[in-house]
Design a protein around this ligand. Structure first.
Ligand code: ATP
Length: 233
């Protein structure tokens, strides 16, 4: 997508001077970051750079020390709008669904998001695409790491949030699933939805992303900035 096209897209994510510390440990230092609607952005950074903390702050799972965050033009204090229109896929966020089966989890989602019951057939087709049809009645706690992730992916497909945030989505996924995810993100973009992916492995997801950023030294910069790209993984 050209810079001009991006300029006319309304913003999906707007972050201004976001700072976050844990005690004396500074993680994010006055970060500015913008992402338009209908986009795929990648955020890279070394282990411990602060990518997950940034995502947690973005979706208000973590409090911020200072700064301003807007999602689709709404402040984080618009809690219901935020929860309805965002989803996070992360290996750390699964415990709350562990004691449901995928089938129960999807029923739960269709209830709370008021999704028509016709979606049930779609989710069965998608489950077949991702090769998890046989797991729909197994407790999520007992599924493999990659299968748990696929269940989260299916849930996000049901919800189709305006902003989908994926923390290390490719970790633990087989090659077919990775290819499926790439197609899903591109499809989301065509539908006007935005996807933000983090990875500590440079190259992952960047082939489909229009922009890649790097979190280093507590700040986010375009990954192709010369002084930062020297330090890339
Ligand atoms: N709840 C917390 N309390 C204290 N420190 C924390 C907390 N959460 C994260 N940190 C620290 O913040 C820093 C950034 O962690 P974060 O998990 O965001 O890194 P990351 O870039 O996602 O790393 P990785 O690629 O390994 O997943 C780390 O030093 C981590 O120890």
């Amino acid at each position: 997508m050209s810079t001009t096209a991006q300029a006319v897209q309304p913003l999906l994510v707007s972050v201004q001077r976001l700072s976050k510390s844990y005690g004396k440990k500074l993680v994010l230092d006055a970060i500015d970051f913008e992402m338009p609607q209908a986009s795929i952005y990648v955020l890279t950074g070394a282990n411990g750079a602060g990518k997950s903390v940034f995502l947690q702050c973005l979706l208000h799972y973590e409090t911020i020390d200072s700064g301003r965050i807007e999602i689709d033009g709404r402040p984080l204090s618009d809690r219901l709008y935020l929860r309805r229109n965002t989803s996070l896929i992360s290996s750390d966020q699964q415990q709350f669904i562990d004691l449901l089966t995928p089938g129960e989890y999807f029923a739960f989602i269709t209830d709370i998001y008021n999704i028509p019951s016709s979606a049930t057939q779609r989710i069965r087709d998608w489950a077949e695409d991702l090769n998890v049809s046989k797991e729909l009645d197994t407790l999520i706690a007992n599924l493999s790491f990659g299968t748990k992730k696929k269940i989260q992916v299916l849930a996000s497909m049901l919800i189709a949030p305006k902003l989908l945030v994926c923390d290390e989505i490719y970790e633990g996924l087989d090659t077919d699933a990775v290819a499926y995810m790439q197609r899903l993100f591109l499809q989301r973009k065509e539908q006007g939805l935005g996807t933000l992916l983090t990875t500590h492995i440079a190259g992952y997801g960047q082939d489909i992303a229009e922009r890649t950023f790097r979190l280093a030294n507590h700040q986010i910069h375009p990954a192709d900035e010369p002084e930062l790209s020297r330090g890339c993984l």
